[in-house]
Design a protein around this ligand. Sequence first.
Ligand SMILES: Nc1ncnc2c1ncn2[C@@H]1O[C@H](COP(=O)(O)OP(=O)(O)OP(=O)(O)O)[C@@H](O)[C@H]1O
Length: 391
Amino acid sequence: MGATAVTSDITADMARNADGDDVKVRASNVIKTYPGKDGLVTALKGVSVEIPQGEMAVLLGPSGCGKTTLLRSIAGLERPEGGEISVSGRTVYSSDHKVYLPPERRAVSMVFQSYALWPHMTVAQNIGYPLACRKVAKAQIAERVQQMMDAVHLGKYGHRYPNQLSGGQQQRVALARAIIADADVILFDEPLSNVDARVREEIRKQIIALQAEFNFAGIYVTHDQVEAGAIATKLIVMNHGEIAQVGRPQELYDNPVSRYVASFMGTTTEVSGTATSIDGMVALDTAVGRVIGKPTSAIVDGDRAVGVFRPEWGHVVHEHPGADHNVWPCVVKLKSFMGAHMEVVVELRTSSGAPVEATVAAPRGSGLREGQCYYLHVPSADLCVLPEGEQ
Ligand SMILES: Nc1ncnc2c1ncn2[C@@H]1O[C@H](COP(=O)(O)OP(=O)(O)OP(=O)(O)O)[C@@H](O)[C@H]1O
């Protein structure tokens, strides 16, 4: 990293947002490029995020969308070309004011995918290391280490070395080490991708419990939508170095503002058409007839748009349900057993003759048969209408 100009201001007011939250990380208009084979690659195109105390922000998106670059820029492991980053109200990076604080001066802890434990140190020594660096008294370190080992259920493993632990246990040591330092902010770089599914779920629950106990602000990178939904209080979906949408996981699932976010958050069926607005709702003229839904992004009359719904928003029924909108005759093409429910693919009749397929979740025992005719009903209050745009 280049020369280090250090001027940082700390003010309590800077850390409050308009809602009065104590903002622990604020990134404003962060730009980062890398040299690529065919010129510069812009990994972050002016990204802004705000993470208050006690929130777990999850950066979610496909490979290459810029999640790790944003996390590493906040940690100080990457140096952006533009924008501003503050941690607990202190400017740690500013392109305008030529501020760059190195990682060790940013009051952030980090948990890596690779655990990054010292192999020659015991579990207790690894966990106590941040306190030993600060020259905390030995008796106090021993007490805090025991407390942290108990918190991550490794109370009896203090004397072991990392190579005598499973991957999941090693990651719990790394977690304890990150938390013992009392950092306001803990950054998690895909911490669970090296552990198996069962252990992953266990550690995920432990991270949630530890955050409730220690009240740090977390930023967590993953490309696993299920993991993101389970752990996030604030989900940040990224796309090509930009933020596509921010909100609680359920908001993004129920009210995506783009087809990209809709499909990234889970299975969708899409029906495209031309929009006309009616009383706050939008009607689409489509190949399956009129589709009515709620606009979750700005749509004006005449726009090309898509009606989007999730499997569990649709109902495949034997008799016409009597609703005025969004009822279509259909034929069941395929039924798959999914454990808690059946996934049913139905084909809808269209004016053009080209079939439209929809995926619907049906209760087990609903008696649907492949090849038989039914009605598909999607309540208009659930169905989202989104700009056709790019996916
Ligand atoms: N050190 C580097 N040198 C050159 N290009 C890089 C470097 N690091 C990242 N990039 C590029 O920047 C873009 C964003 O990468 P980044 O690693 O932040 O994405 P990501 O969303 O974290 O992906 P993944 O989930 O695969 O880790 C990609 O196009 C990547 O190829």
